[in-house]
Design a binder for this molecule. Structure first.
Ligand code: 5GP
Length: 170
């Protein structure tokens, strides 16, 4: 496999991150917020987002796997759980990409049972919505096609995460 096509440029991504951070700053003004990053893919988006936030925010991470290679396994596995109590807290789950919705919907169920004040979601890249588990994504970076993509945190077999842009792999 090799990278064939740049789909979204670094400049487009950075511009969108600033827009999303502006919305989050406005929506959570005067509130506390825990940004919950889904590892590993969300690490770059969270780091870029963090630099543009000016609210009372802290950052926590969970590690989940649902994919092996480029095929969905149809279930999620928690590799690393949270080590803080989220009862009464506002949670924003940040995920790299929304594909079937399995990861986000499972996380909402798991975290919802821990009595947070609120749970919202942000996905940097959203694949087409046919046959998806219905989940409301409050903050969407970009809607993309159904092709397998890498870069900006997303990998293929552990590689390509460092690319500052989104590319199609084929
Ligand atoms: P979902 O649970 O929504 O089906 O899938 C979310 C997870 O699947 C993402 O966090 C990501 O790890 C993986 N995934 C889905 N589509 C892609 C893709 O096009 N490229 C890469 N690298 N990972 C993907």
């Amino acid at each position: 496999m090799k990278i064939t096509k740049k789909i979204i440029s670094e400049e487009q991504i950075q511009e969108r991150i600033i827009q999303l951070a502006t919305e989050i700053n406005k929506d959570y003004e005067g509130k506390n917020l825990i940004i919950l990053g889904v590892l590993k893919g969300a690490f770059i988006a969270i780091s870029d987002l963090a630099k543009n936030l000016n609210i009372d925010v802290s950052f926590e991470f969970m590690s989940i796997s649902s994919y092996e290679g480029s095929e969905s396994t149809g279930q999620i596995k928690i590799e690393k759980d949270l080590d803080v109590d989220i009862a009464g807290k506002n949670i924003l789950i940040v995920e790299d990409i929304f594909d079937t919705g399995l990861t986000i919907s499972s996380l909402i169920d798991i975290l919802g049972s821990r009595n947070p004040e609120s749970i919202q979601t942000m996905c940097m890249f959203v694949k087409p919505i046919e046959n998806k588990i219905p989940v409301e994504i409050k903050y969407k970076g970009f809607e993309i096609g159904s092709e397998f993509v890498v870069g900006y945190g997303l990998d293929y077999m552990g590689k390509y995460r460092e690319l500052p842009y989104l590319a199609e792999l084929s």
